[in-house]
Write a protein that binds this ligand. Structure first.
Ligand code: ATP
Ligand code: MG
Length: 390
């Protein structure tokens, strides 16, 4: 009896002519992410990806956990494959689902057959399998209306498959199928979530972190690398780009009015991120900004922050409540790392009275004493790349 996974495709099935490209991206992502758990044969037929171990040395629990994080998959069934024969199906269900039967109060069988040459109709097959299973598990009655356990039987092209209820997949679209974006990744709670949300739409991500050594420590940098590492479960392998930001911050502190520190600093982040985006063919920036959360996230401040650049800034958290963001951070596994106490560069020179309604011309005037172009160039020249993920 073969333990395997059936992955049902999500939104890709709505795609028309370029559907094949989406599928190929998804297959490549699946193959890469499952590699650590064994050697699998994977193929896609009619909106389902089949994942079958090629030898006895595999970790199906690990493969299942990994598959749950791959964007483009709507649902996952861990299944047993068997011969397309009614008695083989019964025997497989009896053995494979024995544990589920032990705890179930009632059950029903639901059959589907895409192989129309199979000699029984779906209803006949369900009745046959259900009858024999209720003999095998006499304590578990059949309940076709509200069963505790549904046994699924699928008769497909190459084999029959038996499984219990499917679990939800990560949804979204395959990473890499919709282009690239540069995501500004701090060590906070928000930006890992915003990165996740944009990756979910099929975007491959370049995380960028602005690092102010020695004002922020090596530990703060490591925290961001760790967060990126957690995100690779969803985003796949990435290169974290670490930008040296100390000189810029010191220049701002020395030469600009305090009330504009944060805004001017954020405008530098945007300019540098845009340059990096150009270098990597990325079409947008991503931030974890959230309307009204802090002084730099009013509508006026965000307009000011984005004014120096042309690329769109995607802010997927813009309308969420903090609590919703935290719930999501917990779900994707970044929360515990995000709340480690290392400071971010934004908190290093925080003005006592930041402008919440800045006037763009005033900010421009305030920063005009700086040699913006050469500071940006210097920062870009000093980047470090750290590879995370498979
Ligand atoms: P987060 O929880 O993501 O740190 P935040 O609520 O602390 O967000 P800000 O500090 O105002 O908000 O930063 C807004 C956004 O700017 C962040 O979500 C992130 O996208 C980006 N950002 C802030 N600091 C950095 C940094 N040091 N490196 C990279 N991006 C940063
Ligand atoms: Mg922050």
């Amino acid at each position: 009896m073969e333990d395997m996974l059936l992955l049902k495709l999500g939104e890709i099935v709505l795609k028309g002519l370029n559907r094949r490209q989406f599928e190929m991206k998804l297959m490549a992502n699946i193959n890469r992410r499952l590699k650590a758990y064994g050697t699998f044969r994977t193929y896609c037929i009619q909106s389902t990806v089949y994942v079958e171990p090629e030898n006895a040395d595999f970790d199906m629990d690990g493969a299942l956990e990994a598959a749950r994080c791959i964007f483009g998959i709507a649902s996952i069934s861990r299944a047993a494959a068997c011969e397309k024969d009614k008695d083989a199906i019964v025997e497989t269900a009896r053995r494979y689902l024995a544990d589920s039967f032990r705890s179930a109060r009632s059950f029903k069988v639901e059959s589907r057959r895409s192989d129309k040459r199979f000699p029984m109709t779906s209803i006949q097959l369900s009745q046959y399998v259900g009858g024999l299973l209720s003999e095998a598990f006499p304590d578990v009655p059949v309940d076709v209306h509200d069963p505790d356990l549904t046994v699924f039987v699928e008769v497909r092209d190459l084999a029959a498959y038996v499984h219990g209820p499917a679990i939800p997949g990560a949804g979204g679209m395959p990473v890499g199928s919709n282009g690239r974006a540069v995501s500004l990744l701090s060590g906070g709670i928000d930006s890992p979530v915003s990165t996740y949300m944009i990756a979910k739409r099929g975007i491959s991500i370049y995380p960028v972190h602005f690092f102010s050594f020695p004002y922020t420590s090596e530990l703060a940098k490591q925290k961001v690398v760790d967060l990126a590492g957690i995100l690779t479960r969803y985003c796949g392998r990435m290169n974290v780009i670490v930008v040296p930001f100390t000189h810029i911050q010191e220049e701002i502190r020395e030469k600009c009015p305090e009330e504009y520190f944060t805004l001017i600093m954020r405008r530098f982040m945007m300019r540098i991120a845009e340059k990096l985006a150009e270098m990597h063919n990325a079409r947008a920036l991503v931030t974890g900004e959230n309307l009204g959360q802090v002084a730099s996230q009013t509508m006026e401040a965000m307009a000011c922050t984005q004014a120096p650049i042309r690329l769109p800034v995607l802010q997927p958290l813009i309308g969420m409540d903090k609590e919703e963001i935290v719930t999501m951070a917990r779900k994707i596994g970044t929360f515990e790392t995000s709340i480690l106490p290392y400071e971010d560069c934004c908190t290093v020179f925080t003005p006592r009275h930041p402008k919440t309604k800045p006037i763009p011309e005033e900010v421009e005037r305030a920063e005009s004493v700086l040699d913006i172009a050469s500071l940006v160039e210097e920062a870009v020249a000093g980047i470090e790349r750290i590879r995370v993920g498979e």
